[in-house]
Design a protein. Structure first.
Length: 197
């Protein structure tokens, strides 16, 4: 019997920029600005990813920069622009959404208080997998859809969980941390679910 016979959905909280200096620096600058504007203490920033197990298969779901033209090997099902829509014609300014069969979360070794089991049944695990190709792909790092929060990798994860019937509002990043973009995914998913009746 497969380890994933009942279906599992595990969430990983990865410190923003783990394993890479540019993203870490950008995250620190972003959080410093938000801290100043909102007159609050600084938080550690987290990026989220999922590992989904179903009978005979294990998938990694994550959004990350486009690194090369071999996206099919990483299970890429969608791409979107970063920063501005016009810049998305250049690979440096594109992100990809992966549903990677037997894939890996590159920075999983840096994950904090992870994995977090958010679902333990085949129906919800399958719904997460089925929903990945339908996820919106607005401009990364912008609030193009008017949610009050920017769209990013955390938006993808919260959007998927809500569509799959998991309560993402009950999920919190590690103590002292926050997940920018999480709310954007929830707002968009709720709009879509309401529109579909």
């Amino acid at each position: 019997m497969s380890t994933f016979a009942c279906g599992t959905v595990d969430l990983y909280w990865i410190p923003l920029g783990a394993g890479g200096h540019v993203v870490r620096l950008n995250g620190k600058v972003y959080e410093a600005i938000k801290t100043f504007l909102e007159r609050r203490s600084r938080f550690a920033l987290y990026h989220s990813a999922l590992e989904v197990g179903v009978p005979q298969d294990r998938f990694v779901i994550e959004s990350a920069p486009v690194s090369d033209d071999r996206g099919r090997e990483r299970g890429v099902v969608a791409k979107g622009p970063v920063g501005t829509r016009w810049a998305g014609k250049f690979r440096l300014f594109r992100y990809e959404i992966r549903r990677w069969d037997e894939g890996a979360i590159p920075d999983a070794r840096y994950a904090v208080e992870s994995p977090v089991r958010v679902a333990n049944d085949l129906a919800r695990a399958q719904r997460v997998l089925d929903a990945v190709p339908s996820v919106p792909t607005p401009v990364w790092g912008r609030d193009e859809l008017g949610t009050g929060d920017m769209w990013n990798s955390n938006s993808l994860i919260s959007w998927l969980l809500l569509h799959a019937g998991v309560d993402p509002e009950a999920i919190q990043p590690p103590a002292g941390g926050r997940a920018p973009g999480w709310n954007a995914g929830l707002v968009i998913a709720r709009r879509e679910l309401l529109a579909s009746g």
